[in-house]
Ligand binder design. Structure first.
Ligand code: ADP
Ligand code: MG
Length: 268
């Protein structure tokens, strides 16, 4: 701990290079222990792909990162901030909802089922958070939204409604909507799993573009091609722990654990 943070009475978090640091993260729902000690570090600009069997805790872990779920034990930092807590002199104090909401603003999340607001236009969906949460003037929010829609190739759909779009288009709008808050970190929970196969590529292309621009991303996916090509790290989770992780090519070509081998033999 440096002198300055000691004086401020706030314990130092992990170093600057890390966007996400999970340290022995546990999560239980009642008696069901879903996360059993996750250790993971995602550095700035890294694309971390997370794979594993259904029920292994991948979605729960993503939800813990942005504090949609409260962890049961361990520590979780995003961008140097302890999520949901303030740590002083070794003790943890829970943050208020408004403080958690502020922490969460720097984190964009994209879900399997798009979750767009059905009664709002595409443009309205993308403008919503900047206007409501950030209090950005509507004209600026509109400009930002149109730029983002252009970037995901949907500028001409701005006045349409989600139901008029294909699944792939809806998911691209959902990505634009998450980006509208200018996040430092993007979380993707099986973003292409609900799509017809011919629509998967257009969503992965947008994600690849984001990665190339240097966005830090944690991507839960079954798309091993994407993991191999775009991922910097591949993390294999099973039964609430990280079984192994490493460069995607080496994990895929030469898995070190029997559980990883068995999983990969089913999905590759
Ligand atoms: P994955 O995304 O890897 O398929 P999940 O994180 O969705 O796994 O779920 C892991 C386990 O946690 C499952 O057994 C699931 O039923 C359980 N679970 C997830 N969310 C809840 C919840 N809110 N309440 C109770 N159990 C839950
Ligand atoms: Mg899941």
């Amino acid at each position: 701990m440096t002198q300055n943070t000691a004086e401020a009475g706030v314990d130092a978090g992990p170093g600057n290079g890390s966007m996400v640091v999970a340290e022995n993260v546990h999560k239980s729902f009642g008696r069901l222990e879903v996360l059993r000690g996750i250790d993971l570090e995602v550095t700035r600009g890294e694309v971390c792909c997370v794979v594993g069997p259904s029920g292994s805790g991948k979605s729960t872990f993503l939800r813990c990162i942005n504090h949609l779920e409260k962890i049961s034990a361990g520590r979780l930092w995003v961008d140097g901030e302890l999520m949901g807590y303030r740590q002083r002199a070794g003790k943890l104090y829970e943050l208020h909802d408004a403080q958690v909401a502020r922490q969460r603003r720097g984190i964009g999340m994209v879900f399997q089922n798009f979750n767009l607001f059905p009664h709002m236009t595409v443009l309205g969906n993308v403008m919503e958070a900047p206007v409501r949460v950030q209090r950005l003037p509507r004209s600026q929010a509109r400009e930002r939204a149109l730029e983002l829609l252009d970037r995901v190739g949907l500028a001409e759909k701005a006045s349409g409604y989600p139901r008029q779009l294909s699944g792939g288009q809806q998911q691209r709008v959902a990505i634009a909507r998450a980006l509208a808050m200018r996040p430092e970190l993007m979380l993707f929970d099986e973003p292409t799993s609900a799509l017809d196969p011919e629509l998967v590529g257009e969503v992965l292309d947008v994600m690849k573009g984001l990665a190339e621009e240097g966005m830090t991303m944690v991507v839960v996916t079954h798309e091993m091609g994407f993991a191999r090509e775009v991922g910097d790290t591949l993390v294999f989770m099973d039964e609430g722990v990280v079984v192994e992780s490493g460069a995607p090519r080496s994990v895929l070509a030469d898995p070190q654990h029997e559980r990883t081998r068995s999983f990969l033999s089913k999905v590759l």
